[in-house]
Design a protein around this ligand. Structure first.
Ligand code: NDP
Ligand code: 8X3
Length: 251
């Protein structure tokens, strides 16, 4: 079995790569940071003795997505599982003060990138008659909105809608579609959101125990490993210390 994980250079994507490799799955890992992809490939192949292919491209660019995924067919790699994980938040501000560049980055990555990859991979699964599984990494931000989260929340609400839509469209092909929607997970997410401001990023998790990337990876792995007649449509997973996007308990 082969699993393609978008955005596997850190956080949830990287944790997913490790848990699937540990259980003997071959991997196709994507991301923009080539050096990290190479390092991760070396480490995982050494530790888990599975095949790791890396594809270095920007998910916002349709042409790059197409060329990267089509290169797999030339190598006779067939994908059984797709984890649509690559995504990000850029900034945190009111709509009226929002930066267009931030909006475009989030919409292009979280919605358009996920669409590009899903279209290409689902077509390959259908062509190869693979009863595959697509896992969309959504967010609590796709279930509710919070102050200053406007466009990020909208992008994750789009993932929520696409998760439902894909399940309908892919049903005739017996391709499962599931979403895992986390609350607060300590990864590089906040560092990216706050443009590398490590102090500000750290404050997000201060005084509470957030989820770890591994908590999400374990959930994804469980979702993928249900019996063939069972599909988990949607899961919301939160730290115990967090009730909603904005209500949490801190020491
Ligand atoms: P990280 O920042 O640690 O990881 C994000 C990954 O996405 C990286 O591997 C990054 O790779 C990749 N990525 C971002 N932009 C692009 C791009 N344009 N092209 C290709 N790859 C890209 O954050 P998380 O692990 O936390 O985030 C993973 C997913 O989880 C995201 O969809 C996020 O929205 C979601 N999520 C996160 C939560 C959290 O609290 N952390 C909570 C709920 C959902 P590279 O930079 O190398 O391209
Ligand atoms: C990430 C979680 O609450 O920062 O999707 O939007 S949140």
């Amino acid at each position: 079995m082969t699993v393609l994980i978008t955005g596997a250079t850190s956080g949830i994507g990287l944790a997913c790569a490790k848990i699937f490799a540990k259980h003997g799955y071959n991997l196709v890992l994507t991301g923009r940071r080539k050096d990290r992809l190479q390092q991760i490939k070396t480490e995982i192949e050494k530790e888990y003795h599975v095949n790791v292919l890396t594809l270095n491209f920007d998910i916002r660019d349709h042409q790059q997505c197409e060329e990267a995924i089509q290169s797999l067919s030339r190598d006779n790699v067939k994908l059984d599982i797709l984890i649509n994980n690559a995504g990000l938040a850029a900034g945190l501000s009111t709509l009226q003060e929002g930066k267009l560049e931030h909006w475009e980055t989030m919409i292009d990555t979280n919605i358009k990138g996920l669409l590009y990859i899903s279209r290409i991979v689902s077509r390959l699964m259908i062509e190869n008659r693979i009863k595959g599984h697509i896992i969309n990494i959504g967010s609590i931000a796709g279930k509710e909105v919070y102050p200053n989260g406007n466009v990020y929340c909208a992008s994750k609400h789009a993932v929520d809608a696409l998760n439902k839509a894909m399940r309908i469209d892919l049903l005739p092909h017996q391709i499962k579609v599931s979403a895992v929607n986390p609350g607060m997970v300590e990864t590089e997410f906040s560092l990216v959101r706050f443009d590398g401001d490590a102090e500000r990023a750290k404050k997000v998790y201060e005084g509470l125990k957030p989820l770890a990337a591994e908590d999400i990876a374990e959930t994804v792995f469980w979702v993928v490993n249900r019996p063939s007649h069972v599909n988990i449509n949607d899961i919301v997973i939160m730290p115990t210390a967090q009730a909603t996007s904005t209500i949490n308990i801190r020491n």
